[in-house]
Design a protein around this ligand. Structure first.
Ligand code: SF4
Length: 242
């Protein structure tokens, strides 16, 4: 599938090979270092997944982790959410920022899903019609609730791809479409969700926006950005990259 609204994009074979290598390294790193969040646990319900993804919009996972279980205890279902007084919802959301927008989004979302018999839509088009669900959250719902190989292309994953691969063919003319194609190649196949979480966590913890941990990064031997810095191998990095 291409970036929504665009024709499919063909990756150069070299980019495909490098992404294959990147995926293997990320999965191996994730097995030892991945972050553990309640909303990633296997027994989570579709309701809990959607709530987490809306809470995560434009805020940090660490901040959401502090508020998530209390929110779910307070509002355990679409019904409780749709019937909650606005001031209750507002006070639960206030610590996370954007609380007015999120309050209205949750209320509208809960009412729409209740009107749909409690079922969460299964297509991107239907999902994006709902208030509070944009392209990223739709991808997350399709990936986590319905097990589709959808890339969760956020700033962390985008930064990692751009730094690791350097400039890609077609990136200047259509950066969004190119990035989406690269991200899709990274996560498609088995263990798609793990590959997504691995890229998100790696971008947040190692390939950080400021001061990325290049000298000890397990990807640095093939990373374009690290090559441009002319990093020398270090024993600790070799151990990590094993
Ligand atoms: S070597 Fe640096 S820029 Fe490259 S992936 Fe690792 S942390 Fe990011």
């Amino acid at each position: 599938m291409g970036w929504p609204g665009h024709a499919p994009y063909e990756l150069a074979p070299e980019a495909g090979k490098r992404l294959h290598w990147l995926r293997r390294r990320l999965l191996s790193w994730f097995a030892r270092n991945g972050r553990s969040f309640l909303w990633r646990e296997p027994d989570r319900t579709p309701y809990e997944v959607v709530v987490a993804e809306v809470l995560l919009q434009r805020t940090t996972a660490v901040g959401v982790a502090r508020a998530y279980s209390g929110f779910i205890e307070h509002f355990p279902s679409w019904t409780s959410l749709s019937q909650a007084p606005l001031e209750c919802l507002e006070s639960a959301l206030r610590p996370l920022g954007l609380w007015r927008q999120k309050t209205l989004a949750f209320q509208s979302l809960a009412q729409s899903i209740e009107a749909n018999g409690g079922a969460i839509p299964r297509t991107r088009t239907e999902l994006e019609r709902l208030r509070g669900i944009g392209p990223y959250t739709a991808s997350a719902v399709l990936a986590i609730v319905y097990g589709r190989a959808e890339p969760l292309l956020d700033v962390n994953m985008a930064r990692l791809l751009v730094r690791f691969l350097g400039s890609s063919e077609g990136a200047e003319a259509s950066p969004k479409r190119t990035l989406h194609a690269l991200a899709l190649r990274l996560v498609r196949g088995k263990r798609s969700l793990e590959a997504n979480w691995a890229a998100l966590d790696f971008g947040a913890l190692v390939c950080r926006a400021r001061r990325p941990l290049c000298p000890e990064c397990p990807l640095r031997t093939r990373c374009q950005y690290a090559r441009s810095l002319k990093l020398q191998p270090t024993p600790s990095a070799d151990v990590l990259s094993g």
